[in-house]
Design a protein. Structure first.
Length: 499
């Protein structure tokens, strides 16, 4: 392994910085599962305050969907903010933003409004959108290509399954034994402490800029940012809200058309108009597109699996929140192993093989859930899903992160982090909205279990499309004879110009 980068004062300093970045990924995944293990508790508490015997059950999709939506959407902007104003500054702001809105999310119980809770969850996600790409950009700036960088990104990937497991267990214990708002208040306290630590642990001279704040603002591409973010939010909102209010509502179809037009306009602005585009032209290559497509489709299917897995074990198997969260322990164990394995093999095999294997795992996991009997023991097919899916999650994320970090120049390391995190989180929310639409329509003429299965079938198809794209990626690498995805910067520049 290469020597420690000179920017670190000691081994403790290096471990502290990597740990802070890993905790950003850890708590992002915690933020998703803590709303899944307690979703029935949250729904029942707001129902009791409103005086209704039961609030529309379909609103539960927004507990997870609103959080993933803003994480995925605002990452598009936050990576550029980190590149322009400094990765450390935006990273620290992200921690304090999470602390404030985690506090408000817990306090939303006093508003007696489930809509306010969902909105608070969305604002909470913006904080993590600031953290993820800047954290990944920090690692990309600190480490040169090599085993040390691969290990750091492998540790980042391992933070995902550990965060998902610990977040689910922590929230379940608090929600079942105490009161669910305390789960968000604990997150607020931890985030504030991590924000303070980041001020001292992260070097101040990372991606230092010589331009003024005014010059940086001019390069921010405000118009493109607004068009892109609004378009993505509306498109995602339509698919999630359509399953709640029904697709016969005129405003749903209207917003769908508007969102598509805005997204098309966004890409037109980025490619033809913007002087300083939010998405640099260097990312519009076939290889990067295939990597992002595979990761997005794989994680989109995983979002479907995760939501309906929790619905099945809580509503049909009648597990308690704590019992349900304990079923995630295999993901915790095998997920760490998978992430560290990919950090070793990424330099010894074609990345296309890793991506193909990961998308196949996502597809197999969804297939297994679709055929799992309700009353079967957990230690049969259910536990097997955990073993399979952890390889999909924890090989795809670090592999894609390393690929894009290696492939983009130092000036776009924040953008490298934002691309992967954007695709992962936005896909989770988007495809979940599509799946709930399938569920609601199927439920009109079928049982609850059959409606869940119909949604999971969509997840199988989404992951299968990811496998297809990964096969195309393999063919491309075989044709050009490249064993790696990390050409020199001069080679990259020539490829971008020829593209």
């Amino acid at each position: 392994m290469e020597p420690r980068p000179a920017i670190f004062k000691s081994g403790i300093h290096e471990v502290s910085l990597v740990t802070l970045v890993c905790l950003a990924q850890f708590l992002t995944q915690s933020g998703i599962t803590m709303s899944l293990s307690t979703m029935n508790k949250v729904l029942d508490s707001f129902a009791s305050f409103s005086g209704d015997s039961q609030i529309d059950d379909s609103k539960k999709v927004w507990f997870m969907g609103s959080f993933a939506l803003t994480v995925g959407t605002f990452i598009l902007l936050s990576g550029k903010l980190g590149d322009l104003f400094g990765l450390k500054l935006v990273f620290c702001i992200g921690w304090f933003w999470v602390a404030i809105w985690s506090l408000i999310t817990g306090l939303s119980i006093y508003s007696h409004s489930i809509i306010f809770f969902i909105i608070s969850r969305a604002f909470q996600g913006i904080g993590f959108a600031l953290l993820l790409p800047c954290g990944m950009g920090i690692l990309g700036s600190v480490y040169q290509n090599g085993d040390r960088k691969n290990f750091a990104f492998g540790s980042l990937g391992a933070s995902g399954p550990t965060g998902a497991t610990i977040g689910a267990i922590m929230a379940a214990i608090i929600g079942q034994k105490a009161w669910w708002p305390w789960a968000f208040w604990v997150l607020a306290i931890v985030s504030f402490a991590l924000g303070v630590l980041s001020i001292f642990a992260i070097p101040a001279n990372l991606n230092a800029k010589s331009h003024t704040a005014k010059e940086a603002w001019e390069q921010l591409d405000v118009c493109g940012s607004i068009v892109g973010i609004v378009g993505l939010i509306l498109f995602n909102f339509v698919w999630n809200q359509g399953s709640v209010v029904g697709w016969s509502e005129p405003y749903i179809i209207t917003l769908l058309v508007v969102s598509v037009l805005l997204i098309v306009l966004f890409f037109y602005l980025q490619l033809n108009v913007a002087k300083h585009p939010l998405l640099p032209k260097s990312i519009f290559t076939i290889r990067i597109g295939l990597v992002l497509a595979c990761v997005g489709l794989g994680w989109g299917s995983f979002g479907i699996w995760q939501y309906y897995y929790w619905n099945i074990i809580l509503n049909l198997r009648h597990y308690t929140p704590i019992e349900g969260s304990l079923t995630y322990i295999p993901i915790f164990v095998f997920g760490i192993i998978a992430s560290l394995v990919v950090s070793v093999i990424i330099a010894r095999t074609k990345p296309s093989y890793i991506i193909c294997f990961a998308t196949t795992c996502f597809m197999v996991g969804c297939i297994m859930l679709s055929v799992t009997p309700i009353h079967q023991s957990y230690f049969q097919i259910t536990m097997g899903q955990m073993f399979i899916l952890c390889w999909g999650m924890d090989m795809s994320f670090p592999a894609a992160s390393i690929l894009l970090s290696d492939y983009l120049p130092d000036s776009n390391q924040g953008m490298a982090g934002s691309l992967v995190a954007t695709v992962v989180n936005y896909s989770v929310s988007l495809f979940l909205g599509m799946a709930t639409t399938v569920e609601v329509e199927t439920l009109k003429h079928a049982s609850v279990l059959e409606s869940y299965h119909a949604a999971i079938y969509l997840g199988i198809g989404v992951a299968g499309l990811g496998v297809l794209f990964s096969a195309v990626f393999i063919v491309l690498q075989l044709n050009d004879g490249s064993g790696t995805f990390s050409p020199s910067y001069d080679e990259k520049e020539n490829e971008w110009e020829s593209s």
